[in-house]
Ligand binder design. Structure first.
Ligand code: FAD
Length: 596
C-alpha cells in the first residue's frame, strides 16, 4: 500500500479534539463554514498524496546538489513546488490583504501535517517561508510588507531563518554576525550562518533571509540582537527583481536524513556588506524571532506527527503482508506478522502516539487562533498563554513520539527495515532532526518548566490540568465498556501531573537544579496526560456517533483505551522520577569518569 494523507483522521481531530466546528459556530472565524474547511483539507490531501509523496524517495536518493554557490534540487521538486504555490497553498492562513486564504491557523497546521507526511524535505521550504512571513507581518515596516510579503505568501519567493552560527546553537547569546548602519537608513550585514534550511535552492525566484545580527553599540547577549531582512535579490519598487545582494551559499551539509532539503552555510558581506532592513526595533530582534520560532516550533511538532503517521501506514501494510511463525489463529501456513501480539503492540503504539500528538498540536493551534481572533482581551490573553504553555509540549512530545514511531516502523520490517530499499529507514533518518532543530527537545522542556508554568500566576497550567480532569469525569460518566480502565488510568496521570507541577513550582523558587533535572520527564508526563485526554475526547465523540447509528469511528474508543492502559500509565513512574529531583545526578562526575 502506498502512502495516503490521513485526511479523515485529521478532520476527526479538528472536530472532536480541537472543536473547530464550535469555534466556527461561535463566530470566531467570521463567515467560515465547516464544509469549506473539510474541502480545503481534502484537496490538500489529494495534492500531497498524488503530487508530493512520489518525490519523497527519489529526493532522498538524489539529494540537493551544490555547485558554485548554487543548489540544484532533485528532479521534480521545482515543478511540484510551482504547482503547489500556484494553487495558493503558500497562504492558507495568511491574510487576504496579502493574497492569502485567511483560514484559521488550525487549518494551516492540518495542511502542514499533510505536506510533511508526503515529503518532509519538500515541506521544509514552505515551513520556513511561513515562519519568516509571520515575523515580517508582525514586525516589518509597511514598505517591507509591501515589497516582500505578497510574493512570499504566493510562494514565488521563499524565506529562511538565520539564527545559528558555529559557536551559537542553542545559546544565541553567542551570535556574532555584525550589522552596521548605512547612511540611507538601511544596514549592512557581515558574518557567517550555518545550518540554514533552504538558504539557497532553485525552486523560487528569490530568497528572503531573516537574519539575527548585532549592532556595534548593542548590549551583550540576546538583549543586543536585532532582526534584519536581507534578500538574495533586492526588490525593485515595481516588484521586479533588482540587484544581487552581497550574500551567498558557501556549501551544503551531508546529512543523516532530509537529503532533499538543502542545509546551507551562508556568508553575508564578503565585500560591501549584505544590504538589509531592520525588522522591528534595534536590539529587540529576539522578540521578533520568537514569533517566527513559536510558529515554527508547532510546525516542527507537526512534522513529528506527519512522519510518524507515514511510518505507521507503511509498517501496517508490511505487517499484513509479511508471513512468519504461527499466530493464535493457528493453521498450517505461516501467519501474517500482524497476528503476533508484539507486532500489534508496536502498531498500536505508533498509531496511538501519533494521534495523541496530533491532538496536542491541534489544541495548540486552536489556542493560537483564540489568541489572534478572540473577542475580548481576556479571551485573547488566555489563548496566548495556552498556546505558550502547549507549544514546547507540541514540539517535543510530538517529535519524540515521531522518532519512536519511525524506529518501531523499522523494527516491524525486521531485517528489511534496515535495508534502504523498503523506505522504512528513510523515515527514521528524516525524523531524527525534528527533536534537535527549532530548539532541542531538552531546551523545550526547560522552557516549559522555567517560563511557562508560572504564566498567569500558574492559572494557565492549572486550567489545562482541570481540562484533563474534565475529560476523565466525562469518560467515567458516559464512557461505555469499550473504554476499559481509561478513566482510572488518565485520572492517575492527571494526579501525577498535578503533583509534579506543584513540585516544579516549588523548586523554581528554591532548587533550580531539581527543576531542570526533571524537566524532560515532566514534559513527557504532560504529553501523556494531555495526549490521553485528546484520544479520550475523540473516543467519546466516536461513541456518540455510534449511539446515533454511525459505528464507523468506534475503533477510536479502543485506541483511547490502549493509550490509557498501555502508555499513559507510565505517568506515575515519571512523577516519581521527577520527585527525586537532582539528587541522583549529583555524583555524575564520578559515575561518568573514564574507567580505562
Ligand atoms: C538539518 C538542520 C537544519 C537546520 N535549520 C536551521 C535553520 O533553518 N536556521 C537556523 O538558524 N538553524 C538551523 N539549524 C540549527 C539548529 O537549530 C541547531 O542545530 C539547534 O538549535 C541545536 O544547536 P547546536 O547544534 O549548536 O547544538 P548545541 O547547542 O551544541 O546542543 C547540543 C545538545 O546539548 C543539549 N543542550 C544544549 N544547551 C542546553 C541547555 N541550555 N540545557 C540543556 N541541554 C542543552 C541539547 O540536548 C542539544 O541537543 C538546523 C540544523 C540542522 C541539523
Amino acid at each position: 500500500m502506498s502512502y495516503r494523507s490521513p485526511v479523515a483522521d485529521i478532520l476527526f481531530s479538528l472536530k472532536a479534539v480541537a472543536r473547530l466546528p464550535e469555534a466556527i459556530r461561535s463566530g470566531l472565524h467570521g463567515d467560515l463554514d465547516w464544509d469549506t474547511v473539510a474541502s480545503v483539507v481534502a484537496e490538500a490531501g489529494r495534492f500531497a498524496t498524488d503530487e508530493i509523496a512520489p518525490l519523497n524517495r527519489a529526493g532522498d536518493i538524489a539529494g540537493a546538489r551544490y555547485e558554485n554557490g548554487g543548489v540544484t534540487m532533485p528532479a521534480g521538486f521545482g515543478d511540484v513546488y510551482r504547482r503547489w504555490a500556484e494553487a495558493g497553498w503558500g497562504g492558507v492562513s495568511a491574510p487576504a490583504e496579502f493574497g492569502g486564504m485567511g483560514l484559521p491557523h488550525l487549518v494551516n497546521v492540518a495542511c502542514t501535517e499533510i505536506w510533511n507526511g508526503a515529503s518532509m524535505a519538500f515541506a521544509l521550504c514552505p515551513l520556513l517561508t511561513e515562519g519568516a512571513a509571520g515575523a515580517l507581518k508582525a514586525f516589518g515596516s509597511r514598505e517591507l510588507l509591501d515589497a516582500y510579503l505578497g510574493p512570499m505568501v504566493a510562494g514565488r519567493w521563499s524565506g529562511t531563518m538565520n539564527l545559528t552560527e558555529p559557536q551559537a546553537g542553542s545559546d544565541l547569546n553567542a551570535v556574532k554576525t555584525r550589522a552596521e548602519r548605512a547612511e540611507d537608513g538601511t544596514y549592512r550585514l557581515f558574518g557567517q550562518k550555518i545550518f540554514i534550511t533552504y538558504g539557497e535552492h532553485d525552486m523560487a525566484d528569490n530568497i528572503v533571509h531573516l537574519v539575527l545580527a548585532r549592532l556595534p553599540d548593542a548590549p551583550p547577549g540576546t538583549r543586543g540582537l536585532s532582526l534584519f531582512l536581507a534578500p538574495k535579490y533586492i526588490a525593485n519598487p515595481d516588484g521586479s527583481l533588482g540587484e544581487r545582494n552581497d550574500l551567498r551559499c558557501a556549501g551544503i551539509e551531508h546529512k543523516l536524513g532530509i537529503h532533499a532539503s538543502p542545509t546551507c552555510v551562508m556568508i553575508y558581506g564578503e565585500s560591501r556588506g549584505a544590504k538589509a532592513w531592520l525588522v522591528g526595533e534595534e536590539n529587540r530582534g529576539l522578540a521578533a524571532m520568537f514569533v517566527m520560532m513559536n510558529a515554527a516550533r508547532l510546525g516542527v511538532g507537526t512534522q513529528g506527527v506527519a512522519i510518524g503517521e507515514r511510518a505507521y501506514q507503511q509498517a501496517l501494510a508490511f505487517a499484513r503482508d509479511r508471513r512468519q511463525g504461527r499466530g493464535p489463529k493457528g493453521g498450517e501456513a505461516m501467519s501474517p506478522i500482524i497476528e503476533h501480539a508484539d507486532v500489534q503492540r508496536m502498531l498500536m503504539t505508533m498509531k496511538a502516539n501519533v494521534q495523541a500528538a496530533r491532538g496536542i498540536c491541534h489544541l495548540t493551534a486552536a489556542a493560537l487562533d483564540l489568541a489572534n481572533h478572540g473577542r475580548t482581551g481576556e479571551e485573547r490573553a488566555a489563548g496566548a498563554n495556552r498556546a505558550a504553555l502547549l507549544t514546547p509540549i507540541a514540539k517535543a512530545f510530538s517529535t519524540d513520539v515521531g522518532d519512536e514511531a519511525t524506529s518501531l516502523g523499522v523494527q516491524i520490517h525486521g531485517g528489511m527495515g534496515f535495508i534502504e530499499e523498503t523506505g522504512a529507514a528513510q523515515h527514521m533518518r528524516d525524523s531524527r532532526i525534528a527533536a534537535i532543530y527549532e530548539g532541542a527537545n531538552g531546551v523545550q522542556a526547560i522552557d516549559l518548566v522555567q517560563r511557562k508554568l508560572a504564566l498567569a500566576g500558574g492559572e494557565t497550567v492549572g486550567s489545562e490540568i482541570a481540562g484533563i480532569r474534565q475529560v476523565v469525569s466525562d469518560v467515567a460518566e458516559r464512557g461505555g465498556l469499550g473504554f476499559g480502565a481509561t478513566a482510572a488510568r488518565l485520572n492517575e496521570a492527571a494526579s501525577a501531573l498535578e503533583e509534579a507541577t506543584r513540585a516544579m513550582l516549588r523548586w523554581l523558587a528554591s532548587d533550580q537544579q531539581s527543576a531542570l533535572a526533571g524537566a524532560s520527564q515532566y514534559l513527557r508526563l504532560f504529553g501523556l496526560a494531555l495526549g490521553g485526554a485528546c484520544l479520550a475526547r475523540a473516543g467519546l465523540a466516536a461513541q456518540a456517533l455510534a449511539e446515533s447509528g454511525d459505528k464507523s469511528e468506534l475503533a477510536r474508543v479502543g485506541l483511547a483505551r490502549f493509550f490509557a492502559e498501555k502508555l499513559a500509565l507510565a505517568a506515575p513512574g515519571l512523577g516519581a522520577a521527577i520527585a527525586s529531583g537532582a539528587a541522583p545526578l549529583q555524583s555524575y562526575e564520578t559515575i561518568l569518569a573514564d574507567s580505562a
